[in-house]
Ligand binder design. Structure first.
Ligand SMILES: [Fe+2]
Length: 357
């Protein structure tokens, strides 16, 4: 019954957005931008990579850019300010920037949240900025949604937002957000919706995810979250954290629902490989050795249809009246100094809207 109602609603939505969609438009996704040097000009931020990717975003005339967290290596004031300053070329081109936080952007203290907000003010969900945030203390402008030309974009912050009796600070879980997510997805204000977070549904390398510290943590939460997204028409969950590109079909632990996960690449000093490979750091090619103890991670790697490793990359997502098309570009790793990389298209995928005019 529920699916039938959704289908009826969707049938009417394209006509609402057809006029503004016809010309086609695009948005960008930039992955983690940590840099290991705390010295100028980096301050823990991959400034030269950001500059190169932003130049490409401007050249490709995207409407806005989303970053899936880990803006900086450490949540210092100068790091956040440096990250924000390197978006000036976007601002000059009228391209808005929508970040969310990663684990490196949070240390559980309210002070670091304030630093982040000072560098990235007036995000959707804050007073007067439009969009929506969950009605949860501290979530305004940190977890938020906005609409743009028929698309709905939901960005989830799963890191500590304020200090309370919880050791390490209070963070919200996908379960905490789920009623708000569902209400946003059921609104008739979009023809497609995408959900973003820093950590993954299931990592290629990292075993912690948005649900907990292991691939099978909080199984009921996992099942409910993936089911909610699938039942409400969300086909892609886009994340970072793993510092690689990987497109995988993720099945819920109960086997009842599935969604594509797009780990969006690396714009960082650090590039990782999936387990059980060696983890490599730029300055230490041998890195640490991870052993494959977690079968769920390995199972999901079998459902990975595309990977791009040890490069610097980003996504451009193109939308028109008929379809949404993701393009992943990457170049050989760089970042010590300014560079004009040769970007190559490594993956593209998408779908045609069911009720295209
Ligand atoms: Fe991370």
């Amino acid at each position: 019954m529920h699916l039938c109602i959704s289908a009826l609603v969707l049938a009417f939505i394209p006509s609402l957005f057809a006029a503004e969609d016809n010309s086609g438009w695009a948005f960008g996704v930039i992955p983690d931008t940590q840099w290991d040097s705390q010295n100028a000009p980096f301050h823990g931020v991959a400034v030269h990579i950001i500059d190169a990717i932003n130049a490409e975003f401007v050249r490709q005339k995207v409407d806005f850019v989303i970053q899936v967290g880990d803006l900086a290596e450490k949540p210092t004031n100068i790091a956040f300010q440096t990250r924000a300053k390197h978006n000036s070329v976007l601002a000059e081109a009228g391209i808005k920037f929508y970040p969310l936080r990663g684990n490196h952007d949070s240390d559980g203290r309210a002070e670091t949240v304030a630093r982040y907000k000072a560098a990235f003010p007036n995000l959707p969900g804050t007073s007067g900025a439009g969009g929506s945030s969950p009605d949860l203390p501290g979530a305004e402008g940190m977890t938020y949604s906005f609409t743009h030309k028929g698309g709905k974009f939901i960005l989830l912050d799963t890191f500590p937002l304020f200090t309370d009796k919880v050791q390490g600070g209070k963070a919200y879980t996908p379960s905490d957000y789920l009623p708000w997510i569902e209400s946003e997805l059921k609104k008739e204000d979009h023809r497609f919706a995408l959900v973003f977070a820093h950590r993954n549904l299931r990592g290629q390398l990292h075993k912690e995810n948005i649900f907990g510290m292991n691939p099978d943590s909080n199984s009921e939460m996992q099942n409910a979250f993936i089911a909610c997204l699938q039942q409400n028409g969300v086909r892609y969950f886009i994340s970072g954290h793993d510092h690689m590109y990987a497109r995988s079909l993720i099945e819920s632990l109960d086997g009842k629902s599935e969604i594509w996960q797009i780990i969006s690449g690396s714009a960082s000093a650090k590039n990782y490989l999936p387990i059980p490979s060696l983890v490599r750091r730029r300055e230490s090619p041998l890195g640490r050795l991870y052993t494959p103890t977690l079968s769920l991670l390995l199972d999901d790697q079998k459902k990975t249809v595309k990977r791009d490793l040890m490069r610097v990359g980003f996504l451009i997502v193109r939308v028109d009246a008929e379809r949404i098309l993701f393009e992943y570009y990457s170049a050989e790793s760089f970042g010590e100094r300014p560079q004009v990389p040769v970007w190559k298209l490594r993956d593209s995928f998408g779908y045609t809207f069911e009720h295209s005019p």
